[in-house]
Write a protein that binds this ligand. Structure first.
Ligand code: UFG
Length: 339
């Protein structure tokens, strides 16, 4: 069965390709390489023994998208990762984000409407909840006004899919709202490849430990949490990738009760920044140089998932721990720096 993975050379995309191939799916990757490396194909091939079909394609060029789908009209499902994802950059370049994340989604949805099998999975984010009033966060928590153009593209993206599902009953879709994906494949063949200075916590930790950055700034030590630092739900990228396969199987087997469904993907456990650092120090055996500084603008205090719907309805749960994720991230950082 042929599955299209857009953005399949990115962080979550590449791990999902591995899990799809492990489950026997034939994968076609499209990626524009704007924030990924062609070498990721070698990593996927090394892990699975199968080289996925790859086409370098810019989804913003509508005619190219049409041509691609004409040549691949036997696609049984699409997992749509391709998007820009840096919150700060999106504030500086809103139109780039709307074009990259919204235009491309519209073009893909137009083409899926012409296919025989219209199964679609969308990468969404817990950012749609903003600072939720109640923790853990269920899928019924209200969507809050977006803090950034990036967050807005995830909210609008979900709305676009929902509206399309209303008029096209053939379209079966699931939006997956990720909490904080971290870690790497345990083989260290694939992992996260942030461009420039990492904005996210874990790559900043590993780059500091390896000597690329002098010191980690912990943003805020005066939050109303047990140790004063922000709380997040860190989910191992391999667990997250497996959830995509489960969601796809749900669509392929027509198990979905409605043609637009939303699931939170998290562990259900909140960890503070200091707990994340402790976990890293434990698994790496290294002391991390860090300093508590002012809060970062736009950060929520705490966010972690209520996992009941994903556990009971989707039939998926996480298997790996924060320590597993930190160990794999560290192994990956050492591998890419040849240490
Ligand atoms: N943090 C630091 N220092 C850093 C980086 C992060 O202390 O150098 C802290 C943050 O303040 C936060 C936690 O580590 O408490 C996690 O921060 P990340 O940047 O790794 O992740 P965020 O929770 O901020 O980002 C996530 C997703 C985004 C999404 C955003 C919305 O990665 O896609 O939530 O809030 F948009």
């Amino acid at each position: 069965m042929k599955i299209l993975v857009t953005g399949g050379l990115g962080f979550i995309g590449s791990h999902t390709v591995v899990e799809l191939q492990n489950e026997g799916f034939e994968v076609v990757i499209i990626d524009d390489l704007s924030n990924s490396s062609i070498d990721v194909i070698d990593g996927i091939t090394a892990i699975t023994g199968i080289k996925p079909h790859f086409e370098q394609l810019d989804l913003k060029i509508r005619s190219k998208v049409e041509d691609f789908f004409k040549a691949h009209n036997d696609i049984a499902g699409i997992i749509h990762f391709a998007a820009s994802k840096a919150v700060g950059e999106s504030v500086q370049k809103p139109l780039m984000y709307y074009e990259n994340n919204i235009n491309t989604l519209v073009y893909v949805l137009k083409e899926i409407g012409k296919l025989q099998h219209q199964n679609f999975i969308f990468s969404s984010s817990c950012t749609v909840y903003g600072q939720a009033d109640e923790l853990p966060i269920t899928e019924n928590a209200p969507v809050k006004p977006a803090e950034s153009p990036y967050g807005n593209t995830k909210q609008i993206g979900e709305e676009i899919i929902k509206d399309t599902c209303r008029v096209n009953s053939e379209l079966n879709s699931i939006a997956l709202r990720y909490f904080n994906p971290i870690g790497a494949h345990p083989s260290a063949q694939i992992g996260e490849l942030p461009k420039g200075v990492p904005q996210n916590l874990v790559p900043f930790i590993t780059q500091t430990a390896i000597g690329l950055r002098e010191q980690l700034s912990v943003f805020g030590g005066d939050y109303p949490t047990q140790d004063g630092t922000g709380i997040r739900d860190y989910i191992h990228v391999v667990d997250l990738a497996k959830a995509h396969v489960v969601a796809l199987q749900r669509l392929l087997q027509r198990k979905n009760e409605s043609n637009f469904q939303v699931f939170n993907l998290g562990t259900g456990k909140g960890s503070s920044v200091l707990e994340a650092i402790q976990s890293f120090e434990k698994v790496s055996g290294r002391k991390l140089n860090y300093k508590i500084v002012d809060r970062r603008e736009g950060d929520v205090v705490a966010a972690y998932a209520d996992t009941n719907k994903a556990n009971d309805v989707l039939g998926w749960r996480t298997e790996l721990t924060l320590d597993d994720a930190m160990a794999s991230a560290w192994k990956w950082e050492q591998k890419i720096r040849n240490v």
